[in-house]
Design a protein around this ligand. Structure first.
Ligand SMILES: Cc1cc2nc3c(=O)[nH]c(=O)nc-3n(C[C@H](O)[C@H](O)[C@H](O)COP(=O)(O)O)c2cc1C
Length: 378
């Protein structure tokens, strides 16, 4: 096996991450909104997807490749955008981008990442996509899209599902706020996790490097700037402008309402990542699996459908494909891997997914991921 068998699953990496990094960093990634029911609903929905295996077939070799927007990726799983990624492990974003390029899977960089977008594009030039939180100021929006275009990002992902900042109770209780300040809990947690603390010291405290140039001088506080940066609800007019500015694949992330998807298709959007932001925004939101199940033929036929929120195993990726998602992303899985193993965690998670996707295809009797469809559902 091409991974460390002491941690053979994402669930094992999660357990190790919890011990290995400070609680405020772990809770930032693991936590969700309100009672965290939506996050649980995402997982439960995967457990309900049952498939009938087919035997009397030679499955010595199966293909895990998947094509998206004219490029073949080696696996149908990618890294979605995670803001403040380097807080989970120093250098996490660059480590994941490097591993994604090497393994030929997509890596989506967040607007609120802690590594410069130009550096990520250099490292992951064939597989990097850029995620946009649509800035209130049109001039800033144009400049960021222009930077993404000039640096060579292959697709633009516009996130819809954060019209307003979330109240996440774990973050509040841990005293996690902007600018990063050294409360007694944060100092204590850093002291008892010296490898994380040393790494962060050497790497520098995580900062919103891509958007800081747009802060209005020293008088504007960081918290105020970040919470006021993006539009309170992306409008169709803005989406129209973005379509004009970006001539590559344009993807909407977080669409759960059929009419939103149809309106976006009319504006020329190429694909959707069906998502509820991993249960981090609206505890009552349907699971991404439920949204996918209910998606109309019209949307499925005209756009590329991808999914995230709750994916934790290779089998989930195959289950999602049986329901109609051509590709999946898993946010927390990759970051549990970083917390558990540092930079080696990137490859560990990719190889766990590769192994589990391959075995699931063999087990159900399907020669290629791209052939998986609803006829396997029980
Ligand atoms: C800690 C954290 C930060 C996130 N930051 C962003 C972000 O900056 N932009 C974005 O579009 N989505 C963000 N997301 C949502 C992820 O891209 C993705 O939709 C979510 O993690 C999927 O759920 P999963 O973690 O259950 O796989 C974030 C998620 C987490 C857990």
């Amino acid at each position: 096996m091409k991974y460390d068998t002491r941690y053979p699953s994402v669930a094992d990496l999660k357990l190790r991450a919890r011990k290995r990094i400070p609680n405020f960093a772990y809770d930032y990634v693991d936590g969700a909104i309100d009672e965290e029911i939506g996050k649980k609903r995402n997982r439960d929905a995967f457990h309900e997807i049952v498939m009938t295996p087919r035997y009397l077939i030679d499955v010595t070799s199966v293909s895990t490749e998947s094509e998206l927007f004219g490029r073949k990726y080696s696996l149908p799983i990618g890294v979605p955008p995670i803001g403040l990624g380097n807080m989970m492990w120093p250098g996490a974003e660059m480590a994941l981008a490097t591993a994604a390029q090497k393994s030929n899977i997509p890596y989506i960089l967040s607007t609120f990442s802690t590594t410069l977008l130009e550096e990520i594009a250099d490292t992951a030039k064939d597989v990097c996509w850029f995620q946009l939180y649509v800035p209130k100021k049109q001039s800033v929006m144009k400049e960021i899209i222009d930077r993404a275009k000039k640096s060579g990002f292959n697709a633009l992902v516009v996130t819809l599902d954060i019209p307003v900042g979330a109240k996440r109770n774990r973050e509040l209780k841990n005293g996690l706020k902007l600018p990063f300040s050294f409360t007694p809990n944060i100092i204590w947690q850093s002291m008892i996790h010296p490898r994380w603390a040393m790494g962060t010291l050497m790497h520098g405290a995580p900062d919103f490097v891509n958007v800081l140039p747009y802060k209005e001088g020293p008088n504007q506080g960081l918290a105020e700037f970040i919470s006021d940066f993006a539009m309170a609800g992306v409008t169709l007019e803005r989406l129209k402008e973005i379509r004009k500015l970006w001539d590559g694949p344009l993807i909407l992330k977080g669409t759960q309402y059929e009419k939103n998807a149809l309106d976006a298709i009319n504006l020329g959007v190429d694909g959707f990542i069906v998502s509820n932001h991993g249960g981090r925004q609206l505890d009552a939101a349907p699971s991404s699996v439920q949204t996918l199940r209910e998606m109309s033929e019209q949307v499925r036929k005209t756009a590329t459908i991808m999914l995230d929120s709750g994916i934790r195993t290779g089998m989930d990726v195959v289950r999602a494909k049986a329901l109609g998602a051509d590709f999946s992303f898993s946010g927390r899985s990759f970051y549990y891997g970083m917390g558990a193993m540092g930079k080696e965690g990137a490859n560990q998670v990719i190889e766990i997914f590769r192994d589990e996707i391959t075995r699931t295809l063999q087990q159900v009797g399907c020669h290629a991921f791209e052939q998986m469809d609803s006829s396997w559902l029980s």
